[in-house]
Each structure stands twice: as C-alpha cells, then as structure tokens.
Design a binder for this molecule. Structure first.
Ligand SMILES: [Zn+2]
Length: 263
C-alpha cells in the first residue's frame, strides 16, 4: 500500500503571531519526515510531494502525485484571529471517502496534544469539486485526500507544543498507528517483528493482542489515571514498559491494562 505525504508549505511560511519561533512550513516538513519513517516501519510505501523544503509545486499537481496511493495526506497547522481557539481539524475530500480516517486522525491529534476542544472534520466544496487545490488534485486521480490541521498555531500552547521535535515524533508515531489500524496493517508486516522492533522500539518491548472490544488508554498505569483514549480494533500493539500489570504503548498514547491482552 502506497501513501502520499505533503508537507503543507515550503520555505518559511505562516509564522505564528504568538510565538515567532514557529513557522507552519517548518513543522510540516519535520512531521513529514517522522511520519514517513513511522509508516515505512509498518510496511507502507511512502512518497512525498517535495524532496526539498525550499521547492514548491502547484497545489493540484501535488495532489495528482498521489496517483495509485490509498491516501493523500497534507500536513498543516491552522490559524485564526482568536488565540483561544485550539482544536484539530481534518479537511476531507468532498467525495466523503476520507471521512472516517479523517475523524480518527483529528481525534489522534487531539489525544496526543492533550487538547480539550474536540477534533473534527469538515468538507468544503469549490466551483469545480474540492475547494482545496491539493484535495482537488488527489480526487482527480481517485485518491482519498485529507488536509490535516494540527490545531492552531495562533494558540500559544499549540505553537509551543508543535515546536518540540520530541512531540512531533510522538505525533508521527500515533498518526502512523491510526493509519495502520484503519487499513488493518499489522506492525512490521513486511520485515517481521524482530527486525523492526530492534530498530524502532526499546529493548524488552513486546507485542500484545487486545482481547476485548473496548480497552481504555489511561494517562498512567492504573485506573486512577484519566482516560485519554480507547482501543476498539482488537489489534496488535507494542508495549515498551510494564508497571503493576499495566503496559505503556509505544505510540506514546498512554497505558493499557494487560489483563485484557494476550502476549
Ligand atoms: Zn497550511
């Protein structure tokens, strides 16, 4: 399965008014690199719309590069007048083909950034199909397209969070987990657990299969910690640390109770 990633903007573009160190283009470029690696470790083939940060390509042309891909994903952060606004948004192609994954990705961003305002999707129709040029291009080659806004860089908390490389790595892993779960790709499908685990996960980590329909992810190892997510796919996940019968997820999403898993 092939996925096309698009780092939203090139050069130095869309500086944050609340944190001058932040440029949307820089964030998108870094995240694209981390996400490419994370998806490749799941066995996806990943292509990118530009191989150098300072090269641009027309919007529709970028979308059209996704010909033959299962997904076109454009990476952004949003902006508005109100500095208090802070929520993830997935702009999905008007065909509706990306709505389910778009909603999942918006929720993933919300969970990883620990944002209160809910992640959501929307669609915008233009005069000839999709309003957004990149999505119009993707639709023209029959690829479901999502333009994912990693909340608002006009919000100080979001801009500060997105400036940290470690956070972007965590985000990339969580988004790759969500995409892989959506396409039912088991981790390390192409290389086998041992080979890839050694590269990407700390020593002593292992895989578990979820054995119940809905398993809460909590902020810490115990029911006293807040619920930050829920696993509903009975999928296979990597545990990198154990404490009191709880396991920490490699994605950074949180901890799960190991009673509801099989090693
Ligand atoms: Zn943008």
């Amino acid at each position: 399965m092939k996925i096309c990633l698009d780092a939203g903007h090139y050069g130095k573009y869309n500086r944050s008014p609340v944190n001058p160190a932040y440029y949307e283009s820089d964030m998108a470029w870094k995240l694209q690199g981390y996400l490419k690696s994370a998806l490749e470790s799941y066995g996806f083939t990943v292509i990118v719309t530009r191989t150098s940060q300072d090269k641009d390509l027309a919007l529709e042309a970028r979308g059209k590069m996704s010909k033959g891909c299962v997904l076109f994903l454009s990476l952004h952060s949003n902006a508005c007048e109100d500095a208090a606004v802070n929520y993830p948004l997935a702009c999905c192609c008007v065909s509706g083909k990306a709505d389910v994954l778009g909603q999942k990705l918006a929720e993933t961003v919300q969970t990883v950034m620990n944002i209160r305002q809910n992640g959501k999707i929307w669609k915008r129709q233009g005069t000839s199909g999709d309003y957004y040029g990149v999505l119009r291009g993707a639709t023209s080659v029959d690829t479901p397209g999502i333009l994912l806004e990693h909340s608002f860089h006009t919000n100080a908390a979001a801009a500060n969070w997105l400036l940290q490389d470690a956070n972007l790595k965590k985000m990339a892993q969580a988004e790759a987990d969500t995409i892989a779960a959506y396409y039912h790709v088991k981790e390390n499908a192409s290389t086998g657990p041992a080979a890839s685990e050694n590269k990407t996960a700390p020593k002593g980590s292992y895989l578990v299969k979820i054995t119940c329909d809905a398993l809460n992810i909590r902020k810490g190892p115990g029911t006293g910690y807040a619920v930050v997510g829920c696993i509903r796919d009975r999928g296979v996940y990597t545990i990198i640390e154990e404490k009191d019968g709880w396991g920490r997820l490699k994605s950074g999403a949180g901890w799960i109770c190991l009673n509801y898993t099989a090693k």
